[in-house]
Design a protein around this ligand. Structure first.
Ligand SMILES: Cc1ncc(COP(=O)(O)O)c(C=O)c1O
Length: 413
């Protein structure tokens, strides 16, 4: 059994310097809510993507604020793809819209212009295209389709932030873009989100959305700021009883802030957004400055997995070696059993994106509006998917260890 875990979700961005920075800001509580990092982050994103930026406490709140700024009328529809995160339909509902699902294609895990076209109706107000795990969706075709129907294109960039080397088609064609700075996202400030607008009247209404935002409570900020330290301690001890017990204890006493609350798993989200605290803008900003390095690291691991698997049916053609994938999807028979075997070896490949068309598994599907059986491609994909890590605290040596262990077990089947 490997001593140090291979994982997706044990603070994938957190290393010693990230922890030191989070403890530094933790020691300066007067900078938690307001400070110059907010303005600097906003300015950097505005310059990088040539669109007006608004920061919120999470990606789901940024999306909800945008949809509210679009002034949805009763029953207006937003097209999303199946195989998405429950935070997306929740935000649509919170803004007064109705999520309508279009099919994904197996080779990209993304929507296509054809699958969107099939579900467009006179009630459609917007299309949200998701670059699943960093695989670009066909934005120029989608934009052309949206323009021809008089609706807007929103790019969900929760899983990818392009840098100067691309991918070119991401965050370029959409009328709006939103990012998440959550714990396992392309870059992470522990929590946070941004929405970017290229349409002036919506920009003005987004300003109003930001103005009516409320503060995240200070205890939650404190708890989130300790997250890097908790995982820096717990991660190397996770293979031993003490690491698990430490995390279990902190969860039991309610110290750990869940990524999704019980209410969110039941389909609820408040329509009132929260401000992004300056503390998380500070952490996001430092990551943004290192975006190219973070993406190149992901490209290196993506390239490694491609070299291992591209000749087999397990690899999908949307995964290209120059992409900074947030994780690397493989399709294999018995994916669940493989994850269970690996878990005993301190390799944790459950990431919440398996066994569900609206993820994570176990959420209440009824409020999401997804009709079981409506996208057989997505349902088949999520049964076979086995995601491999590409995050900053993963490395080539561990990727090699992982594939050596995996190779005798996986097959195209
Ligand atoms: C595809 C996608 N969109 C949006 C979100 C929402 O981001 P956040 O967790 O910052 O609210 C997530 C993650 O939760 C996601 O995976």
């Amino acid at each position: 059994m490997s001593f140090y875990p291979i994982h997706h979700t044990f603070a994938p961005h957190v290393n010693l310097s990230y922890t030191v920075r989070s403890l530094g800001i933790l020691m300066a509580p007067w900078k938690w809510r307001r400070g110059h990092s907010l303005g600097l982050l906003e300015k950097s994103l505005t310059e990088r993507f040539s669109a007006d930026t608004f920061l919120f406490a999470s990606g789901r709140e940024a999306l909800c604020a945008l949809l509210r700024a679009l002034q949805l009328k009763n029953g207006e529809e937003i097209i999303v793809q199946s195989y998405t995160c429950v935070a997306v339909p929740n935000a649509i509902h919170a803004a007064g819209g109705v999520p309508v699902y279009c099919d994904i294609e197996r080779d990209t895990l993304n929507m296509t212009a054809d699958s969107v076209n099939e579900v467009i109706s006179h009630r459609t107000k917007a299309v949200i295209c998701q670059h699943t795990f960093g695989i670009p969706s066909p934005t120029s075709e989608l934009k052309e389709l949206c323009d021809s129907k008089g609706i807007v294109l929103i790019e969900d960039c929760a899983h990818i932030m392009p840098d100067e080397t691309g991918p070119e088609q991401v965050a370029k064609h959409g009328d709006f873009i939103f990012f998440s700075f959550g714990r396992d996202k392309a870059i992470s400030g522990i929590t946070g989100g941004a929405v970017l607008s290229k349409i002036t009247d919506v920009t003005l209404r987004l300003r109003a959305e930001r103005a009516r935002s409320v503060n995240l409570n200070l205890l939650t900020v404190l708890r989130l700021l300790t997250y890097p330290l908790v995982y820096l301690i717990a991660r190397p001890l996770y293979g031993l009883f003490v690491g698990k017990a430490f995390l279990f204890g902190l969860k039991k006493v309610g110290w750990m802030v869940p990524v999704l609350t019980k209410k969110e798993k039941e389909g609820q989200q408040s329509p009132i957004p929260k401000h992004m605290p300056n503390a998380f803008a500070y952490l996001t900003l430092t990551q943004l400055k290192k975006l190219k390095n973070i993406n190149d690291h992901r490209r290196k691991l993506t390239d490694y997995y491609i070299s291992e698997y591209s000749s087999s049916q397990m690899c999908i053609s949307g995964t290209k070696s120059d992409l900074p994938l947030q994780k690397f999807p493989l399709f294999t028979k018995d994916a669940d059993d493989i994850r269970a075997i690996l878990k005993k070896k301190n390799i944790h490949l459950s990431d919440g994106w398996d066994g569900c068309v609206v993820c994570p598994a176990g959420i209440d599907l009824d409020p999401t509006n997804y009709t079981p059986g409506s996208d057989p491609e997505a349902e088949a994909a999520c049964e076979k998917i086995l995601n491999l890590p590409t995050h900053p605290t993963m490395n080539l040596k561990k990727a090699n260890e992982l594939t050596n262990m995996l190779n005798p077990m996986i097959n195209d089947g």
